[in-house]
Ligand binder design. Structure first.
Ligand SMILES: [Zn+2]
Length: 501
């Protein structure tokens, strides 16, 4: 059997400490040693596994089939959750860790659990660190994955690539104590706290008289304190000056006051007691209107007062950050507000975070400039679109079926996403040759159609309950790893170039 021979050859080389770089089906960069045991990622029979030799603690901890041949022994171990934990125990670099406020980071949200090797190849050697695992609870539900699965996939990818520069795992847009506890218990190194349910959007749209009336109902000592600290004051900081009128203060207190309390509570209940570094991001981007820079100042200053150490802050910017396409809006206005948001971040010592940041090519150079290269940028769905592009290249039949299904079901997805695509402008499939299919991923309307239907496509089943696309989609990408990596390196690489990284 070829499989057994290959494994034995690879095991012998691993045992001897010889380089594995010439061998097929072996990820040579993965080879790692712990207490005399050696482990490598291999792909025999089309399936990734760990190959282990030695006889020490790590070898014993890895669960898998032991093969004995001619006096030598090795183990082939499946990529299970327990085996990931065994690697984590032996190799610190396979665990996520907090990256801190001085280094730029990019959130890469690998929804499929397949993109991280390509992501690592893209960021390796650059002045930025990847947040490889980054999922919201909604994304977990749409893809039928758990946080354990998400961390397993990222951690195995880090091992496979031998990436030792550090990476993060983000519990993205978490809103409840239960979800926060879940993510932190598993070792997530970043928490993006979504305070949207505590932000009073209704107060944001009241007129000044309405705001004043409701403000008068707030606790008197709170009102006295914030008035003394903010009302009709100008805060001059380096590169910006922030004015807070008495009327604006009342509005900020109403809109953000409770949200600030919530952030402080979460910080004290979960972040401080965790006893390890956690990149604590505050997101106030899921609001009805753009975040006024002075409101950003108010939230930041209130948090500082309570001793909350913030890692990054995500305001909602003016204009539109729709999924998978470039920025839509007044770029001059964006630049003006960005400059103030970035100055506030600098003043408080945290990073500016840009959400829905994929494909926003026209604003990347501005983000790089005003943050002096200290930012966090979140991308997610664009990595799915690169997977779709890869399938369009290597399995046109599957692409056509997915495209057709997406077109038929896109209305269902629209209730979750705000986008302005015109699906009638997507060129009919019948007019497109197989070779031209990848071009769909260069056209905004088709991109958005396939972007927002990812959950529908991945969970679609036929009458017998079998997956319509998911299994074949995974199998295709598994067979064409290098093609998917090449797409990611080109696309995410373009992001990094424009971000000055
Ligand atoms: Zn967000």
């Amino acid at each position: 059997m070829t499989t057994a021979t290959n494994a034995a050859q690879a095991a012998a080389a691993l045992q001897a400490g010889a380089p594995l770089s010439g061998m097929t089906d072996v990820y040579a960069a993965s080879v790692a040693e712990s207490g005399g045991d050696r482990v490598a990622m291999v792909k025999f029979g089309g399936e990734r596994q760990l190959l282990a030799v030695g006889g020490g603690a790590l070898y014993a901890a890895l669960e898998g089939e032991e093969v004995r041949e001619g006096g030598a022994a090795y183990k082939l171990c499946p990529l299970t959750h327990n085996n990931r934990l065994a690697l984590n125990d032996a190799f610190e670099y396979t665990k996520p860790r907090a990256i801190g406020t001085q280094m730029a980071t990019i959130g890469l949200g690998d929804r499929l659990g397949l993109a991280s090797p390509g992501h690592i190849k893209t960021v390796a050697g650059r002045n930025i660190r990847p947040i490889l695992a980054q999922q919201s609870i909604r994304e977990l539900n749409l893809t039928n994955r758990s946080y354990e699965d998400v961390l397993d996939a990222a951690s195995f990818a880090v091992f496979q690539e031998g990436y030792k520069d550090g990476w993060g795992a983000d519990g993205d847009h978490l809103k409840t104590p239960a979800d926060i506890e879940y993510a932190l218990r598993l070792g997530f190194s970043m928490l993006t706290l979504d305070a949207s349910e505590h932000i009073d959007n209704a107060a944001a749209s009241l007129d000044d008289a309405g705001v004043a009336a409701r403000y008068a109902e707030l606790d008197a000592s709170y009102r006295a304190r914030v008035e003394a600290e903010y009302a009709d004051r100008t805060f001059a900081i380096e590169d910006a000056s922030i004015e807070v009128s008495a009327a604006a203060l009342k509005r900020y207190a109403l809109v953000y006051g409770r949200a600030v309390q919530f952030m402080v509570e979460i910080y004290r209940t979960y972040i401080v007691p965790a006893g390890r570094g956690i990149d604590f991001e505050i997101s106030i981007d899921e609001t009805a209107t753009p975040t006024d820079p002075a409101a950003h100042w108010f939230v930041a200053n209130e948090l500082k007062r309570e001793g909350v150490e913030v890692y990054s802050m995500a305001p909602r910017f003016c204009g539109e950050f729709q999924k998978g396409i470039d920025y839509i809006g007044d770029i001059a206005q964006f630049e003006k507000e960005l400059a103030v948001h970035a100055a506030i971040c600098d003043h408080f010592g945290y990073k500016l975070s840009v959400h829905s940041g994929s494909d926003k090519f026209s604003v990347f150079p501005l983000v790089a400039k005003y943050t002096s290269g200290r930012f966090h940028l979140k991308t997610a769905g664009t990595n799915w679109l690169e997977a779709v592009r890869t399938v369009a290249k290597v399995n046109p039949g599957l692409y056509r079926r997915m495209h057709e299904y997406a077109a038929a079901h896109v209305e269902e997805a629209l209730k979750y996403y705000h986008i302005t695509a015109d699906f009638a402008k997507v060129k009919p499939l019948s007019e497109v040759s197989d070779a031209e299919l990848p071009e769909y991923m260069n056209e905004d309307n088709a991109r958005q159609m396939l972007h927002i239907t990812y959950g529908i496509l991945l969970t679609a089943k036929d009458d017998s309950g079998a997956s319509l696309f998911k299994d074949e989609f995974y199998a295709t990408l598994g067979e064409h790893e290098e093609a998917y990596e090449a797409s990611l390196i080109a696309h995410i690489g373009k992001h990094l170039e424009l971000l000055g990284k």
